[in-house]
Design a protein around this ligand. Structure first.
Ligand SMILES: CC(C)(COP(=O)(O)OP(=O)(O)OC[C@H]1O[C@@H](n2cnc3c(N)ncnc32)[C@H](O)[C@@H]1OP(=O)(O)O)[C@@H](O)C(=O)NCCC(=O)NCCS
Length: 279
C-alpha cells in the first residue's frame, strides 16, 4: 500500500461518491443529504489515496468572520494513525480564520482535538426511536409557510450567532415538515424534520425553552414514519425526560468543542442542529 502524499485539495461534487465511500469505510451511513449540504454551503477538503478514492476528508462551513463549523472528518481505516486526521484539522482550522471554530467530536476525535487546542464546552446526545406525540399535538405549534421564512431566518441568526439564510432557505425545500410556535412578540421556536439515509431526522430545533421544544416535537410526531433521530445539545433534563416518555432512547453522545472564542448567539436556545457537521 502506497502512503498518500500529504497534499490537501479542495474537493468538488465529482468527489461526492468518494466521500460517501469513506464514510462507509468507517461504518458511518452514506448520508448523502448531509454531504450535499456540506458541498453546497461549505468547503470540503481531502487527501487523495494513491490507490484510488480518498484517504481523508474534512468539511469547513464558514458563517461570516466570527464562526465556522468543522465536520465530516474521516480518515480511511487503512490510512489511520499516520497523522492525516491531525493534518486536515490543522489545515481547516487555519483556513477558517474565524474568531471561533466549533465542532462535535466523537470519542475517536476528542483527544486529538484537545491536542490541537480545542476545549470541550458541552455535550450532544443522540436520541433515537419511535416518537409519540403528546396530548393535542397540533395545538401549540403550526406548520410553517414560505411567508414565515424571514422571521425564521432572523430567529435562527439570533440564536445561532450568524446569519445562515441559504441553509435555512434550503431546509424549506428538503424538509418534510417545518413547524413553529408563534407568540405575540414573534416566533418562539421552530423545528424541522428531513429524511436521512436511515430514516427521518429532526433538526434543527430552536426554542425559547424545553416546553416549546417539546411542543414542536409533538407537533412534528404525527407526520413522522418509523424511527427518528435527533441530536440534542446540552443536558436538558426536562426535555430528555419528555423524549424518554415519548418513545426515544439515548443512543450515545459526542462532545461539543470550541477553538478560540466562545461561539456567538444564544446557544441555550439551540436544542438541535440541522446536522452535527453543519451546526
Ligand atoms: C478520528 C480520526 C479522524 C483520526 O484520524 P487519524 O488520521 O488516524 O489521526 P492522526 O493520525 O492524525 O492522529 C490519531 C492518533 O494517531 C497518532 N499518530 C499519528 N501519527 C502516528 C504514527 N505515525 N504512528 C502511530 N500513531 C500515530 C496520533 O498521535 C494520535 O494519537 P492520540 O489520539 O493517542 O494522540 C479517524 O480515526 C477516523 O476517521 N475515525 C472515524 C470517524 C471519526 O470518528 N471522525 C471524527 C469525527 S469528530
Amino acid at each position: 500500500m502506497t502512503a498518500p502524499q500529504e497534499t490537501v485539495r479542495r474537493l468538488g461534487y465529482e468527489d461526492f461518491a468518494a466521500c460517501l465511500a469513506l464514510a462507509q469505510d468507517r461504518g458511518w451511513p452514506a448520508e448523502y443529504r448531509a454531504w450535499d449540504l456540506l458541498f453546497a454551503f461549505g468547503e470540503v477538503y481531502g487527501i487523495d489515496d494513491p490507490g484510488g478514492g480518498l484517504a481523508a476528508v474534512i468539511a469547513l462551513v464558514r458563517y461570516g468572520d466570527r464562526l465556522a463549523n468543522l465536520g465530516g472528518l474521516l480518515v480511511a481505516h487503512r490510512h489511520g494513525r499516520r497523522g492525516l486526521g491531525g493534518l486536515l484539522m490543522r489545515y481547516a482550522t487555519e483556513r477558517a480564520g474565524t474568531a471561533s471554530v466549533w465542532l462535535t467530536a466523537t470519542e475517536y476525535g476528542r483527544q486529538m482535538y484537545e491536542g490541537l487546542g480545542f476545549r470541550a464546552t458541552g455535550t450532544c446526545t443522540r436520541y433515537a426511536g419511535h416518537l409519540r406525540p403528546g396530548d393535542q399535538p397540533g395545538r401549540w405549534s403550526r406548520e410553517a409557510e414560505p411567508s414565515d421564512l424571514p422571521e425564521i431566518i432572523a430567529l435562527d441568526a439570533e440564536v445561532f450567532g450568524a446569519r445562515r439564510t441559504e441553509v435555512v432557505a434550503c431546509l424549506f425545500s428538503v424538509a418534510e415538515q417545518i413547524r413553529l410556535v408563534g407568540g405575540p412578540a414573534g416566533i418562539r421556536g421552530f423545528a424541522g424534520v428531513w429524511r436521512g439515509v436511515d430514516g427521518p431526522v429532526v433538526g434543527p430545533v430552536i426554542a425559547e425553552d424545553s416546553d416549546t421544544a417539546a411542543a414542536l416535537l409533538s407537533g412534528l410526531a404525527p407526520a413522522i414514519e418509523g424511527p427518528v433521530r435527533i441530536d440534542l445539545y446540552g443536558h436538558r433534563p426536562k426535555l430528555r425526560a419528555w423524549l424518554e416518555e415519548h418513545g426515544l432512547r439515548d443512543a450515545g453522545g459526542t462532545t461539543v468543542m470550541v477553538y478560540g472564542d466562545d461561539p456567538p448567539g444564544d446557544r441555550a436556545r439551540l436544542f438541535a442542529p440541522v446536522t452535527r457537521a453543519i451546526g
